[in-house]
Design a protein around this ligand. Structure first.
Ligand code: NFA
Length: 104
C-alpha cells in the first residue's frame, strides 16, 4: 500500500480513452419547381445555409438547371431543422419550394 505515483494509482481511477468521432453528415438538397422565385431561393441560401450572395446565386442556378442541388452537409438534427425551416419560410411566402436530406 505504499509506492504508487498519484497519476498512475489504480486506487484513484483508470484514465478512460474515449474516441471522439465526427457525427454522420447528411446532404441537404433544394429541389427545383416552376413557381418559387429565383430571388426567394437566393435569400433562403443566404439566410438558412449561410452562403454568400455569389455562392447562393450559383447554387440556385444549379438547382434551376439540374433539378436539384446540395446546399450543405450537416449532422442529422441540424439537417432536419434546416429542411423544416425552408418549408416553413416557403409556406409563409406562398411558394412550393421543397427541400430534402440524403444520407452520405
Ligand atoms: N425554377 C424557378 C424559376 O424559374 C427558380 C427556382 C430555382 C425554384 C431553384 C426552385 C429552386 N422561377
Amino acid at each position: 500500500m505504499g509506492d504508487f505515483l498519484a497519476e498512475n494509482d489504480p486506487r484513484i481511477g483508470v484514465k478512460e480513452e474515449l474516441e471522439v468521432r465526427e457525427p454522420r453528415k447528411y446532404k441537404v438538397l433544394l429541389l427545383n419547381d416552376d413557381y418559387t422565385t429565383m430571388d426567394f431561393v437566393v435569400e433562403i441560401l443566404i439566410h438558412v445555409f449561410n452562403k454568400s450572395e455569389t455562392e447562393a446565386t450559383l447554387i440556385m442556378l444549379a438547382v434551376h438547371n439540374e433539378g436539384k442541388g446540395v446546399c450543405g452537409l450537416y449532422p442529422a438534427e441540424i439537417a432536419e431543422t434546416k429542411v423544416d425551416t425552408v418549408h416553413k419560410l416557403a409556406r409563409q411566402a406562398g411558394f412550393p419550394l421543397k427541400c430534402s436530406m440524403e444520407g452520405e
